[in-house]
Write a new protein. Structure first.
Length: 188
């Protein structure tokens, strides 16, 4: 199918391109998606970024994949640093993700060189000095195993090398943040 000018992807015959594009976005936005904070680091540069393109993609080994915009600071830091972290947030922390929709500019570092806050949000550092949100219900530290250029985004696949967080007991099942819990939409 030919691609219409200004429209991304094919448009079925006999469909109005603009109406079809709006419908396609609404359908894609309706797919359930979590809302996470992805951490990255290369040298002394650190970043946290709100992300909804993230999923476990294999169980043996434990692999997690995240799609990051090709031009994003986080994409460069993951590629250079070779790892990324994932902070899983509680639904009640929905306002926090807005602090990480742009590259982090405010990083508080202790006398030991370890980050203690980013954008005013308390953080800790895990494997490879990756930042994670201290109040997260859980976090993952992932070593980069595969990279795939997808055009607008890069798919980073990482092997889970460490986990932790507030909710680590067998009865801890907090309601985690999902895209639908906010007024944000991305993708589609």
């Amino acid at each position: 199918m030919p691609v219409q000018q200004g429209i991304v992807g094919p448009v079925p015959p006999d469909r109005d391109p603009d109406e079809y594009d709006r419908l396609r976005r609404r359908v894609l936005w309706s797919m359930p998606a979590g809302l996470y904070v992805v951490g990255s680091r290369a040298g002394d540069r650190r970043n946290l970024m709100t992300c909804n393109f993230l999923s476990q993609v294999a169980t043996s080994p434990k692999l997690v994949a995240t799609g990051i915009e090709s031009e994003a600071v986080t994409a460069g830091l993951i590629a250079e640093g070779g790892s990324f972290s994932v902070s899983i947030l509680a639904r009640e922390d929905r306002a926090m993700v807005r602090k990480f929709v742009k590259p982090v500019e405010d990083v508080a570092v202790g006398s030991d060189g370890v980050a203690t806050a980013m954008q005013g949000v308390e953080v800790s550092e895990v494997a490879d000095g990756l930042p994670v949100v201290a109040a997260s219900t859980g976090w993952l530290s992932c070593a980069l195993r595969h990279t795939l250029d997808l055009g607008s985004h890069i798919l980073f696949v990482g092997e889970v090398v460490d986990v932790g967080g507030v909710a680590t007991g067998p009865d801890d099942h907090p309601e985690v943040l999902r895209m639908e819990d906010t007024r944000m939409n991305y993708g589609g």
